[in-house]
Design a binder for this molecule. Structure first.
Ligand code: GAR
Length: 201
């Protein structure tokens, strides 16, 4: 059976990448294959995780390019060379412009650590999202997987899962709960769903 070729873009620890690699191993992801990992941060631990699974990985640093467009073109070249069908942003902390997103309509998905449209858009990433949720005093938060378009966190929603906020939560504690109870579950599910659509076309 043909599989969708998947690239995962990362910037940090890569626990969502790990969830995807584990889901591929356990058979939750069967319609796609993680074929490439790209980091925009040198030495990101996510690169180790790719190595442990024998997935080729590359580091592309914005500072090595004259413009955002050149940086995005370097990533596009890697995606084209590897004939990538689906791009997964898994903790990728750089906003991609329309130059990039318009090339891959319904071919880029992102995991966001809140229930969109809450706590999303420019400036809401990583721990900042959980800090804002705690500051607001919400009792329920969660995670969202959505298609990526030119509006940060603005593309069509694929899956969401709610997670309870508990008394005494710190941003770190809440982040971990949202990852364990939502992100690591719905990201692989969404990847399988979109891969299946791609291979059936
Ligand atoms: C995750 O919580 C992910 O949802 C978030 O960063 C973390 C990355 O962790 N992404 C964003 O905030 C994007 N706007 P990871 O590197 O361990 O997967």
């Amino acid at each position: 059976m043909k599989k969708a070729k998947i690239a995962v873009l990362v910037s940090g620890g890569g626990t969502n990448l790990q969830a995807l690699l584990d889901a591929q191993k356990s058979g939750i992801i069967t319609s796609g294959e993680i074929s490439l990992v790209i980091s925009n941060k040198a030495g990101a631990y996510a690169l180790e995780r790719a190595k442990n699974f024998n997935v080729p990985s590359y580091t592309v640093l914005k500072k090595d390019y004259a413009s955002q467009t050149d940086f995005e073109d370097a990533i596009i070249n890697l995606l084209e060379e590897n004939q990538i069908d689906l791009i997964v942003l898994a903790g990728f902390m750089s906003i991609l412009s329309e130059h990039f997103t318009s090339r891959y309509d319904k071919r880029i998905i992102n995991v966001h650590p809140a229930l969109i449209p809450s706590f999303c858009g420019e400036g809401f990433y990583g721990l900042k999202v959980h800090e804002a949720a705690l500051q607001k005093g919400v009792k329920v938060t969660g995670a969202t997987v959505h298609f990526v378009n030119e509006i940060p966190d603005g593309g069509e929603i694929l899956l969401q899962k709610a997670v309870e906020v508990q008394d005494g939560d710190t941003p770190e504690v809440l982040q971990k709960r949202v990852m364990e109870q939502a992100e690591w579950i719905i990201l692989p599910q969404a990847v399988e769903k979109v891969s299946k659509t791609i291979v059936s076309k």
